[in-house]
Design a protein around this ligand. Sequence first.
Ligand code: NAD
Length: 359
Amino acid sequence: MQKNITVLSGDGIGPEIVREAIKVLDAVCARFHHTFRYTYVDIGGCSIDKYGVPITEEGMQQCKSADSVLLGAVGGPKWDNCPPAIRPEKALLAVRKELGLFANLRPTRLFPQLASASPLKESIVGDGIDLLIVRELTGGVYFGERRTGEENGDIVAHDDMNYSTREIRRIGRVAFETARKRRGRLASVDKANVLDTSRLWRRVMHELAQEYPDVIYSDILVDNTAMQLIKNPTQFDVLVTENMFGDILSDEASMLTGSIGMMPSASLSEGTLGMYEPIHGSAPDIAGQNLANPIGTILSAAMMLRYSFSLTEEADLIESAVNRALDLGYRTGDIFQPGCTKVGCSEMGDCITACLARI
Ligand code: NAD
């Protein structure tokens, strides 16, 4: 298989963690005789420094014409006072919009080897948490009309929340298909006891459920979901929800794993093009010191193989190699436990690559 990947290393630890993910992708290519061609494009602060904008028009075209996009992270104190129109994060929003990335997939996986790093008791996290939140990314209250003005002698603010059946069906399909590729269970999160958008959401999800009889479907209210994620997170496989609920719940879920450095994500379009990135930021406090945990980025690369290229065996292999490196006791500083071997970012990439070669 030949694929063109646009690489947006970005700022801070971005270049370090992306380098390790490419190391692992190259090992996959060698093993399975694939060819991945990488085109590097500046994004965020480094692009502002060079070109005065967080991403150039040519850079955006490179993203649009690629088979997939791999991102490190953007931003840092140096660019905190840039005018709002050219802030580093503007580039991320622009890429999401231009590529039509409407589905955000965030797996939350607590590897059993790291159970003690979770803020939850080991009796609750059991043999490890393995759930995935599918969040609608381009609709709902974050994109609705907003206005603030005087009404009846008081100041009133409005944020309009709307969803169409087309938007709900589109994200619903991603969720059902994703559940099919995992353990076959899907919970749809809404607030149908109060909100009209949620009642429509539920109706469309129920229609879709008829098309996926092999997926065990359930509805759950968002407030109950917030509780269940803490009380009994191992009950969940795939959760699907609208934009704002997904924003909040995915951050709650990410905390269950102990380190933000372990968490990958994927943002998908209606076609196979997607953008893959760890959920953390550019970590300026540890940048350039070989201290960052590259596992979130390496697992994002595995998601790219799974969701954009349908290379399931290759994706499974990367995940097994990460598991093996943890089994062998290798840890970056953020997940270090006494008795383990502390390694830097590049050494963790080397360990995972070596494990991959031996599986
Ligand atoms: P952050 O995620 O960069 O860092 C939070 C803490 O987690 C820091 O202590 C950091 O050292 C640690 N950390 C993060 N990733 C790690 C890793 N891979 N290995 C080990 N430790 C890791 O969040 P922040 O400090 O709030 O933001 C820093 C910059 O990143 C800001 O400019 C922010 O705007 C930007 N940011 C970018 C993105 C993105 O590019 N998608 C996301 C969030 C924040």
